[in-house]
Design a protein around this ligand. Structure first.
Ligand code: ADP
Ligand code: GN1
Ligand code: MG
Length: 374
């Protein structure tokens, strides 16, 4: 952990407006260390706020490539937003350059830092407090993908190779079980069995992508509700954040990851599993919003596979949490012992509940197909 003085020194390496007045830890992401920086201009006394982030270089091995992606994607989005008459300072991430040129700073201790403009008057929610927010997030994530449909996908680096390759995630999980470096595998036999019972399903989306049955698109790949800023005044999903994993992927990844997190009636790390279930009302709301945001660009096959996207993204995430638990909590930040195991259990309970509600999920999705209500 850096002291406030050290953080101030890092912040001052970026082109900020005004003097740094306050730096405070911010947000609840599992990967980067995030701070909010408040600056005051000495002439006018007005305030400007920023987001300072330490990029997790264990997770993102190449900060140069990561920041090139972020700068390319945000430049592209800002152009589109300007064309549509929107406000590019609030509707997209704005990367603040550092004084020496370039978009990030590497310190002698090897840590890498970047700065964004803080989007004022907007909130990122860790749970669905009002169903409308979830719907707005769906429209915004769908629209985000639609906006990036003309983005030159080949110019993107794969910041985390095989990020949503569920087959590869399964392989890593099995390796973690075999190696059992912390001696935790015995205590989690039922959870391991839960995954192994579903190992054949892990292939489904990968196979369809490989065979060209699903289109490869530029997607966000980390569509948790708290990666959207909701405008406090209008209630609209205003800005998609956390662009570190924007890469070629499937729309089913984005849709599925949002359902995994937002349609769950409990928190991601809830210990009382009786609180965990898939809320079909939220499922339906998100489905409608996402399809609206994509503006008709999803193929019929993609739409029909939406329930499978939701199930596999939830199973995959559970597998990743359990893998990390077995490996000694090296990847996801934890705030108490066993938290990754608790997270894995909620994901598996959510998968089980989806399996029970499968036909209903398919019916909801089928009713959203174009022409279904004719
Ligand atoms: P992580 O990868 O750790 O999830 P995020 O980029 O999602 O990191 O940032 C963590 C939190 O910081 C977000 O959930 C959000 O609350 C807040 N945040 C990030 N960027 C901004 C921004 N530009 N304006 C306002 N809040 C932001
Ligand atoms: C991480 O960065 P954050 O907290 O938005 C993770 C996602 C997981 C999520 C689970 C780069 O997201 O893939 O789905 O935790 N991000 C990365 O909550 O691994
Ligand atoms: Mg985040």
């Amino acid at each position: 952990m850096k002291t406030e003085r050290e953080l101030k020194g890092i912040a001052e390496q970026f082109c900020l407006e005004g003097q740094v007045e306050l730096i405070e830890p911010y947000g609840s992401g599992h990967i980067n260390d995030t701070y909010r920086v408040t600056c005051r201009k000495s002439d006018s006394g007005s305030m400007r706020r920023y987001i300072l982030q330490r990029m997790n270089h264990e997770v993102f091995r190449n900060p140069r490539e990561l920041m090139e992606n972020v700068v390319h994607v945000t430049d592209f989005l800002q152009q589109q937003i300007r064309k549509a008459g929107g406000d590019p300072e609030r509707e997209a991430i704005n990367v603040i350059p550092q004084r020496e040129g370039g978009y990030w700073v590497e310190l002698q201790d090897g840590t890498c830092w970047r700065m964004y403009l803080f989007v004022e008057g907007a909130t990122s929610y860790d749970a669905v407090e009002r169903p409308r927010d979830f719907y707005e997030s769906a429209v915004a994530f769908g629209h985000f993908q639609k906006l990036l449909s003309d983005f030159p996908a080949a110019s993107l680096y794969e910041t985390i190779p095989n990020f949503h390759n569920t087959v590869d995630r399964l392989r890593q999980f099995q390796e973690a079980c075999d190696q059992d470096v912390c001696g935790r595998a015995r205590e989690v036999e039922p959870e391991i069995r839960f995954v192994l019972d579903r190992q054949d399903e892990c292939r489904i989306l990968c196979d369809m992508l490989e065979k060209g049955q699903l289109p490869l698109r530029v997607t966000h790949n980390d569509t948790k509700l708290n990666n959207i800023l909701i405008d406090d005044a209008t209630g609209r999903g205003i800005c998609v954040i956390d662009l570190d994993t924007v890469m070629p992927g499937s729309a089913l990844y984005d849709y599925g990851d949002s359902i995994r997190f937002g349609a769950n009636t409990g928190a991601e790390d809830e210990r009382d599993l009786s609180k965990i279930s898939c809320d079909l009302k939220l499922f339906e709301l998100f489905t409608r919003g996402y399809m609206e945001g994509c503006e008709g660009s999803l193929t019929e096959k993609e739409i029909r596979m939406l329930p499978m996207g939701a199930k596999l993204m939830t199973l995959e995430c559970g597998m990743r949490f359990l893998t990390d638990h077995l490996q000694g909590d090296q990847y996801f930040k934890i705030h108490r012992p066993g938290q990754n195991l608790d997270r894995a259990r909620t994901q598996f309970r959510m998968v089980e509940d989806m399996e029970k509600k499968w036909q209903e999920m398919e019916r909801i999705v089928a009713a959203c197909l174009p022409g279904a209500d004719l």
